[in-house]
Design a protein around this ligand. Structure first.
Ligand SMILES: Cc1cc2nc3c(=O)[nH]c(=O)nc-3n(C[C@H](O)[C@H](O)[C@H](O)COP(=O)(O)OP(=O)(O)OC[C@H]3O[C@@H](n4cnc5c(N)ncnc54)[C@H](O)[C@@H]3O)c2cc1C
Length: 492
């Protein structure tokens, strides 16, 4: 047996013996892999899923559980919101770019209501018909719907009718992350559905190398299991669904250097191997610099004050999606942020419900005046004072002409006033990866699909090219995972 620790594809004629075979072989049993497995099995294929860890779930099972869906889902309607496919497309193209894959977003939005029905009616994913309208990363209770992309905030709310599209599976006695999060209640029904359809799974199997025949078609892969090489033949297709490269420092340095040392909302198995396996076959890549960037502060807190950078200047409307705050902080403001908040607003924040009360950081400096505060913070004299003067002048009328924060959150900053040190409080996961077609075929640099090779989830570039909305990963992972499974099952 040739050494399959090499990333280079192995010629099929060097495989003397196939240890396992199936119509469709899927690497990774997270959201994209499970969705691919269900869809391939529903299309009549014999499916085998290979998972590197000892159990299914991946990052998806630990996730908050938002799935980005819209265009008039039954849950949106039940909660009293109108949405259209066109408004969803317009928002996604505006907020998730620059450089979004228009065809992918069109397909995603046009198929979103159908996808909702697939999740609910065919896979048994439960959603509670209630809307969570408080600021926050996710609902603290089991509510099913929330704004998760800044749709109802500037700059988007001025031109695109807003609708909440973050759909969270219902989990009673919920806790953020782990087996009591919404992501688990997406994954469990998906895996149960796959199992009921006869999908087989092999655990502790790490896919390492693709196998190609003389025509350049992917016909299987070689993996490691308990230190031994194991071969898997795929009669119809291989689906790569192994997650992002958030934990591969070498790749991060090459493609997304601002994310080095700050992986979050991902798991260490996200090592980019599948991306490189396909690259070694000539696969094209897209948006490798894009990343989801979480901002580690409770939105209930910072929405009630102003965020300033290391020069004491405001840089964003604080009522937008927290992931936009994270990107603006890391990318445009040297990862430096301070929350300026007065005592009354601070105390009010602490009375409000939140899924992330542990992100209510304590003030580092507290003063009677902004002048004293900026001196204690070591900011240039007058810098913060000027920022607060301008903010307060307009906030007195409930206006924010600088960034368009909504009137309900725009109140003058009074005294005593505090600064909370939020420097370095960002982390996240990569959004770039293999370029795939709308049918989840892996695309060669020539523009042609690579025969027999399909991919979905965070090892691919999905609907996000630069910006992010919570739910886009479980959303495009499940949506294009389904298509990967269907396409692989139909391949010959
Ligand atoms: C705490 C937390 C909260 C989050 N909240 C949300 C949210 O609300 N909404 C949202 O959209 N996203 C959220 N995310 C992100 C989301 O979970 C991931 O981006 C998403 O799961 C990616 O899907 P995937 O199928 O590509 O990867 P995963 O779901 O991680 O699945 C990949 C699987 O592949 C396995 N694997 C890796 N390498 C190999 C290999 N070589 N061979 C075989 N198997 C391999 C992994 O072990 C894993 O099981 C969150 C993540 C976390 C951790």
């Amino acid at each position: 047996m040739p050494d399959a620790t090499s990333i280079r594809p192995l010629p099929a004629d060097q495989i003397a013996h196939w240890d396992h075979e199936a119509d469709v072989v899927i690497a990774g049993f997270g959201v994209a892999g499970a969705s691919a497995a269900v869809a391939a099995a529903q299309a009549g294929a014999d499916v085998l899923v290979l998972e590197r860890t000892g159990g299914w779930g991946g990052a998806a099972a630990m996730a908050g559980g938002f799935i980005y869906m819209g265009g008039g889902t039954p849950l949106q309607k039940a909660c009293g919101f109108e949405d259209t496919v066109e408004n969803m497309k317009a928002f996604m193209k505006a907020a998730l770019g620059p450089g979004t894959d228009e065809a992918k977003i069109d397909a995603y939005c046009e198929g979103s209501v159908d996808h909702y029905h697939w999740l609910v009616d065919e896979c048994g994913v439960p959603f509670k018909e209630s809307f969570w309208g408080e600021p926050g990363w996710e609902p603290p209770y089991d509510d099913g719907l929330q704004y998760t992309g800044g749709e109802n905030a500037a700059p988007f709310n001025a031109t695109i009718p807003a609708a909440p599209r973050g759909h969270v599976p219902q989990m009673s006695d919920k806790q953020s992350g782990g087996e009591r999060g919404g992501g688990y209640m997406l994954m469990k029904p998906l895996v149960d559905t796959a199992t009921a359809l006869g999908v087989r799974a092999e655990y502790d199997v790490r896919a390492q190398t693709l196998v190609v025949d003389a025509d350049g078609r992917v016909v299987g892969l070689v993996a490691k299991q308990y230190g031994k090489q194991v071969t898997f033949r795929a009669r119809r297709g291989v689906v790569l669904a192994t997650g992002s490269f958030a934990y591969n420092d070498t790749m991060l340095r090459s493609y997304a250097p601002k994310m080095v040392g700050r992986p979050a909302a991902s798991i260490e198995e996200h090592d980019g191997r599948a991306i490189q396996m396909a690259q070694a076959l000539g696969a094209d890549l897209a948006h490798m610099d894009a990343a989801e960037v979480a901002f580690f502060c409770d939105p209930q807190l910072y929405i009630r004050g102003i965020l300033v950078n290391g020069r004491g200047q405001r840089y964003i409307n604080e009522d937008t999606y927290p992931g936009r705050v994270g990107q603006a902080t890391l990318y445009e403001n040297k990862n430096e942020a301070f929350l300026i908040i007065d005592e009354a607003a601070h105390d009010e924040a602490h009375t409000r419900p939140s899924a992330t009360p542990f992100l209510r950081h304590k003030p580092k400096w507290v003063c009677e005046t902004v002048e004293e505060l900026e001196a204690e913070m070591g900011l240039p004299g007058g810098a913060l004072q000027a920022t607060v003067d301008v903010y307060n002048r307009h906030a007195a009328n409930g206006e924010d002409p600088m960034f368009g924060k909504k009137a309900e959150w725009t109140k003058p900053i009074g005294s005593p006033v505090a600064a909370i040190d939020l420097r370095g409080m960002t982390g996240g996961f990569t959004l770039g990866g293999l370029r795939t077609s709308v049918d989840s075929e892996v695309v060669h640099v020539s523009g042609e699909p690579i025969p027999g090779l399909f991919a979905a989830g965070r090892c691919t570039s999905g609907v996000c090219a630069g910006g992010y909305a919570s739910g886009a990963s479980l959303g495009d992972g499940s949506f294009f995972g389904r298509r990967a499974g269907r396409s692989a099952a139909a391949a010959s």
